[in-house]
Design a binder for this molecule. Structure first.
Ligand code: M6R
Length: 607
């Protein structure tokens, strides 16, 4: 997904721009570019490909100016090419844009009729031409006029040759932050791009227009009404956004799970009272009793966390739950009303489909709650209530620690709701709280099996297909294991509810096909083992994941990976770890770009 950076100050802008863009590479992109004001003229350097291509293009001929904007593009309108790369220029203006200008075709026609000449196939270029068209000597006024006519979603940064002392930026439905320095200021679409420079930030909200100079930031709305914003201090440091000695962000993030879990339970479990608290939530018992249905809406891995959440909420809090893929929910006229609660789950808090689903639920009158990892994200701001996961920045495209902390948040939430609705007795809650407190250690123990899993991943990495089976919560985790494997190793992988296999998919099981069977759910354990035996009878290779002490698994499976024994509700947060490691090592052996898999982006801010 696209990235934006901007710099204004006393140093060479290009250095920050290229470095800042490199911190956004994790978002996925196909071309990159910068525009710098050099001797009062805009100089643009951009090209298709990775940032290294841009660095090579610049060589020693680096622009010298102290003000500039930069961009990494993930193509939506127009293929990846030098001309379609941002920044786009018209007359005295250069602009960069994340998002989509929905009415660009109509605007382009009007501009063409007025004699404007376009050089790209992008929707973005109309913004530069509109600015040129509307400009009558007042840069801010011209920007406001542009914002009155464009429709769609955007984070935008603008530069003007007549105003060598300012960058203007604004946003709608796309993230944008301003980093506050001393005699210099920074603009970025995401915090990792500025964290090396400053932790003091303004998180921009929709409709705010910021005029950024070396010495200050002036924020107003489209009518010129000044807006005063609180400085937001970023709590994580530059190191958290780097690899810290690991070969890949994904491996680092898998290994960070014990800490992410500790941080997410912290302040929410009370070991003395054996209870769960969410100080940030303000629900009364009566309000909770009014809720007669919950919708969980999300995409990808977060959707898989939602499926686990359904088991938790239904079994512990006894509320009926529907889980929806966000892109389906928003268009299916869901039967949402004031007595229902819609929970949206999103690591980034910016996923376009999830944000739209949240808005749809609100429009229909539902109460809403977001489970997200990014403070101040659009989803966090728009939901009625927010439960944050504290996984820290997740850079690898493949979600790992965000998933485990989403499960954790959903489990704690379910226990909390169950307590308010009196559907769980104190003893059960106490048992779960104790198990939650031990969870980080259990994940650490699970991570110790890395070498075994690596060996298995190497063995099976040449395969074309891998199947994942489980029942109940194990099935929900199987879905996530299959997604992890396909998205980073490009091996075809499918997950099935183990009991469903015989209704068709069994036909695909031929000798030697690897089948990963999760067997952690004791209430349906025997059924799972029967399905495992059906698989073995077809001479498929079975890799089982079960609890320590369950040595009987070795009688049926070719390989067993053990996870520490825990409560059945916590098992998904352990059993997913071997699946993450399996996908990681299989991808590595196959020579894949683990952190940036082909065609995928970290934050999907288009529909
Ligand atoms: O930021 P979100 O949690 O809303 O992202 C949702 C999906 O795009 C994301 O989980 C995606 O499926 C991951 N690449 C999976 O590893």
């Amino acid at each position: 997904m696209c990235g934006i950076v901007g710099y204004i100050g006393m140093h060479r802008a290009a250095d920050y721009l290229v470095n800042g863009l490199s911190k956004l590479e994790y978002r996925g992109y196909d071309s990159a570019g910068i525009a710098v004001l050099e001797n009062n003229k805009i100089r643009v350097e951009k090209c298709v490909g990775r940032l290294d291509a841009l660095r090579t293009k610049l060589g020693n001929n680096i622009p010298e100016g102290n003000i500039g904007i930069g961009h990494t593009r993930w193509a939506t309108h127009g293929r990846p090419s030098d001309l379609n790369a941002h920044p786009h220029v018209a007359g005295k203006f250069a602009i960069v844009h994340n998002g989509i200008i929905e009415n660009y075709l109509k605007l382009k026609e009007e501009l063409l009729a007025k004699g404007h000449e376009f050089t790209s196939e992008t929707d973005t270029e109309v913004v530069a031409h509109l600015l040129e068209d509307y400009y009558e000597g007042d840069f801010e006024e011209a920007v406001k006029k542009v914002l009155r006519v464009i429709r769609g979603s955007y984070a935008l940064a603008f530069m003007c040759e007549d105003q060598p002392d300012m960058i203007i930026c604004t946003k709608k439905d796309n993230p944008l932050v301003i980093g506050l320095g001393d005699g210099e200021n920074f603009i970025a679409s995401d915090i990792p791009a500025i964290i090396n420079e400053t932790r003091r930030t303004f998180i921009m909200s929709d409709g705010e227009i910021a005029t950024v100079t070396p010495d200050g930031v002036w924020i107003q709305d489209i009518n010129g009404v000044p807006i005063s914003k609180k400085v937001f201090i970023v709590s994580w440091n530059a190191e958290a956004a780097e690899k810290s000695g690991y070969d890949h962000f994904m491996l680092k993030e898998i290994n960070e799970q014990p800490k992410a879990i500790r941080d997410t339970v912290s302040g929410r479990i009370n070991l003395e009272e054996k209870n769960i608290a969410f100080p940030e939530l303000c629900w009364t018992e009566d309000e909770m009793k009014e809720i007669n249905k919950i919708f969980i809406v999300a995409c990808g891995t977060a959707y898989h966390a939602g499926i686990v959440g359904k088991y938790y909420l239904e079994q512990l809090a006894r509320i009926p739950v529907e889980v929806d893929i966000a892109s389906e929910f928003r268009y299916r006229s869901p039967l949402v009303d004031g007595n229902s609660l819609t929970i949206v789950i999103s690591q980034s808090g910016e996923t376009s489909d999830t944000l739209a689903a949240l808005r749809e639920a609100k429009r229909l009158g539902a109460r809403t709650l977001a489970v997200t990892n990014v403070v101040g994200s659009s989803i966090a701001r728009e939901a009625d209530q927010v439960v944050y996961t504290y996984a820290g920045p997740e850079i690898a495209v493949a979600s790992t620690k965000a998933y485990t902390t989403q499960l954790l948040a959903m489990l704690m939430l379910s226990i909390y709701v169950a307590r308010l609705r009196n559907t769980l007795d104190k003893r059960t809650i106490a048992g779960l709280v104790t198990a939650l407190a031990n969870l980080p250690n259990a994940v650490e123990q699970t991570l110790k099996h890395t070498e075994t899993i690596k060996g298995l991943a190497e063995k099976y990495s040449p395969c074309n297909d891998v199947f994942f089976l489980g029942r109940s919560l194990d099935y929900a985790v199987a879905l996530e294991g299959a997604l992890k494997l396909k998205e980073i190793s490009y091996i075809h992988a499918e997950a099935y509810a183990a009991g469903e296999l015989k209704h068709g998919t069994l036909a695909l099981l031929v000798p030697g096909v690897p089948v990963i069977v999760l067997a952690t759910q004791e209430d349906i354990y025997d059924k799972t083992i029967s399905n495992l035996q059906e698989v073995k009878a077809r001479e498929a290779e079975v890799l089982a994941i079960g609890f320590e002490g369950d040595s009987s698994l070795e009688n049926y499976a070719d390989h067993v990976v053990y996870i520490p024994k825990t409560d059945k509700y916590l098992a998904p947060m352990l059993s997913v770890v071997p699946l993450q490691l399996f996908a990681y090592h299989a991808a590595l052996v196959r020579g894949c770009d683990v952190d940036k898999p082909r065609n995928l982006a970290k934050s999907v801010t288009v529909e």
